[in-house]
Design a protein around this ligand. Structure first.
Ligand SMILES: [Zn+2]
Length: 116
């Protein structure tokens, strides 16, 4: 029983160290998401009002919450991929943190059992 606890605790430590290494490799992060938007303009005879419509775009909007309000910023096609990557990095970071938390809590539980 005690042996199993130690083995599982070692496994927790190994997995945790692996997650820490993945954490260290993450690049810049940003909040929010980048939306690809196609729009119709105000000119009635434009191709975007034809049948079928050929909308303008894509335009890129970086959307995020600031103080409970949604804020959108238009991005150039050159900058959009950078923001997309940073937003994806933050999601990956959060997933790693969630995993680290779960493993830590399991390890704490094992340590508590070991000590009793
Ligand atoms: Zn148009």
């Amino acid at each position: 029983m005690r042996r199993n606890l130690t083995d599982e605790l070692d496994q927790c430590r190994t997995t945790y160290e692996g997650l820490k290494r993945r954490l260290a490799e993450i690049g810049f992060i940003c909040v929010g998401t980048v939306l690809e938007v196609y729009e119709a303009c105000g000119k009635p005879n434009c191709r975007c009002h034809a049948d079928p419509p050929r909308l303008h775009g894509p335009y890129y909007l970086w959307t995020r919450k600031v103080g409970g309000k949604t804020v959108s910023v238009r991005l150039s096609p050159q900058h959009a991929p950078v923001y997309m990557e940073c937003a994806a990095n933050r999601k990956a970071l959060q997933a790693i943190l969630d995993e680290m938390t779960a493993i830590s809590m399991r390890a704490m539980d094992l340590l508590k059992q070991e000590g009793s």
